[in-house]
Design a protein around this ligand. Structure first.
Ligand code: UTP
Length: 476
């Protein structure tokens, strides 16, 4: 064990910031407890700390909306003219070439706490496929295995965990023998944390020997990638682009040649999928331009009037929403994290955070008592050169699971998975039983290990069995 700093040394660090109370129980702690608390305290960016307290805790002002805000342009799903058609065709070729040359890595952010789902364990271990109950991790692993087969190249998969779920995530992969993927092609790394700050500006203690810490947001992935050595490893592997997706979307098309190729051909530093929002208030981030830079205005910050604004064509002006799917250039991440520092803005959320009181006993928390701070990946967009948005077909690539029921739930995601499978099968000439109202009259599942995309299903046309009414049909 490294030498543990003394109480005096730590006091010198925390006292100038009014945080002496964090050492209140020091004298009672054993070496392990002291080492843990000292490490947590030393990890805090004290240079920035007072600024955080001032800006996000004591004088937090509502986030303003820039006055020059405009809807962001996007590349549409289908090309609008001959020149665009040519660009898209070239992009598909380019994307396939990049995949075949091993220039693309997959990257899943899986460090979140998944509080809304209320599932005890890493969200990636949540069973989500409609018939076989495959977990999110398994679906992604099978998709990657199929993509590797398709493009004849190993596609490394990076998975960001957090202290909350790192050990459980690694253990899950061990238990499942990495789902058949090469061990050296799956790399886990842990993101950083941020301390919860009480509404009085004081750090909260989760226990006598620990601050109340939580993962520092998906934006933390950029720095974690560098600090873990993953970024360097990508450079060694000659990876040029990182395909980024969230753990909660089993429908994501992580290696779409068009998206990857367009991003590469246009020299975009960071490219993003855009979905046409189902309505003005759908809970997706809104793509917008300000000062000539691409940005995302969170749904919670979007003024109603702007959300409802219509263009001359009668469509919503801010109709492009973000499903949090991006392709990011490796050298852009290197630039953003130079000197081991990442300057992304912080986002605050006032939450109930478990902590101990002055006596070291669990405090009774009835109301939100602390500010949690996080970085968001999309805050890299304004820093990116030539960022682009490519429209995606919602029903083909977005079925997130965030809640136990209702919107973006297990049920809705499973229905979307089945509807997509049905569409692909029907396009390949397979008769799918449907009820009078058009809804499915069977339970369907396509294994991504074999049927990664529409093309894979089409290629199997003529060999696929029909699904029986009311029955389960698994294609694997
Ligand atoms: P969400 O914003 O849905 O947060 O994360 P969450 O923590 O998973 O769920 P709730 O809000 O507590 O219910 C979007 C994506 O970003 C990842 C999540 O794992 C998910 O893939 N994420 C989020 C991180 O990797 N780290 C974080 O600190 C936060």
């Amino acid at each position: 064990m490294a030498t543990i700093p003394t109480k005096d040394e730590l006091l010198k660090r925390v006292a100038p910031h009014g945080q002496e109370h964090t050492l209140r129980f020091w004298d009672e702690l054993d070496d392990a407890g002291r080492a843990q608390l000292a490490a947590q305290l030393l990890e805090i960016d004290w240079e920035s700390f007072d600024g955080w307290v001032k800006e996000y805790v004591l004088n937090a002002a509502p986030q303003g909306i820039p006055s020059d805000l405009k809807p962001a342009p996007y590349y549409p799903l289908s090309p609008r003219n001959a020149a665009e058609a040519e660009l898209y065709e070239g992009a598909v070729r380019r994307g396939k070439m990049l995949l075949a040359e091993g220039r693309v890595a997959g990257f899943t952010v899986a460090g979140g706490q998944g509080t809304r789902l209320g599932f005890d364990g890493p969200k990636g271990t949540f069973p989500i496929s409609p018939v076989k109950n495959k977990t999110l991790f398994q679906l992604f692993a099978e998709s990657i295995a199929r993509a590797q087969e398709k493009y004849g190249k190993t596609i490394p998969w990076y998975i960001m965990t957090s202290p909350v779920n790192d050990a459980a995530t690694r253990a899950f992969f061990e238990q499942n023998k990495g789902f058949g993927l090469r061990k050296d092609a799956v790399r886990f790394f842990m993101q950083g944390t941020m301390p919860a700050i009480g509404l009085d500006g004081k750090l909260l203690l989760e226990g006598k020997s620990s601050l109340a810490l939580s993962p520092n947001g998906h934006g933390g992935c950029l720095l974690a990638m560098r600090q873990s050595g993953a970024l360097e490893e990508m450079a060694r592997r000659k990876i040029e682009h990182v395909s980024y997706w969230q753990i909660d979307n089993p429908l994501v098309q992580m290696f779409d040649p068009l998206f990857i190729g367009l991003h590469d051909l246009t020299n975009s530093d960071m490219s993003s999928r855009g979905l046409i929002k189902t309505g003005p208030l759908e809970k997706l981030g809104n793509y917008a331009l300000t000062g000539g830079r691409l940005t995302i205005i969170e749904y919670s910050d979007m003024p109603d009037a702007l959300a409802h604004q219509k263009g001359s064509d009668g469509r919503l002006a801010y109709r492009a929403g973000s499903p949090a799917i991006h392709v990011i250039r490796r050298d852009f991440i290197e630039r953003l994290t130079e000197g081991n520092r990442l300057k992304l803005p912080l986002h605050r959320a006032v939450k109930k955070v478990a902590c101990v009181d002055e006596a070291g006993e669990p405090a009774k928390i009835h109301h939100p008592n602390a500010v949690k701070l996080e970085m968001f990946i999309f805050d890299a967009l304004p820093l990116a050169n030539k960022p682009l948005i490519l429209e995606g077909a919602r029903e083909e690539q977005f079925g997130p699971v965030k809640n136990p029921s209702g919107v973006d739930s297990v049920e809705s995601s499973q229905l979307l998975q089945q509807n997509r499978a049905a569409a692909w099968l029907e396009a390949a000439g397979v008769r799918i039983p449907r009820k009078a109202d058009g809804s499915l009259d069977c339970k369907l599942e396509l294994s991504p290990r074999k049927y990664l995309d529409r093309e894979d299903v089409a290629a199997a046309a003529g060999t696929l069995a029909e699904a029986a009414p009311g029955a389960e049909a698994v294609y694997e």
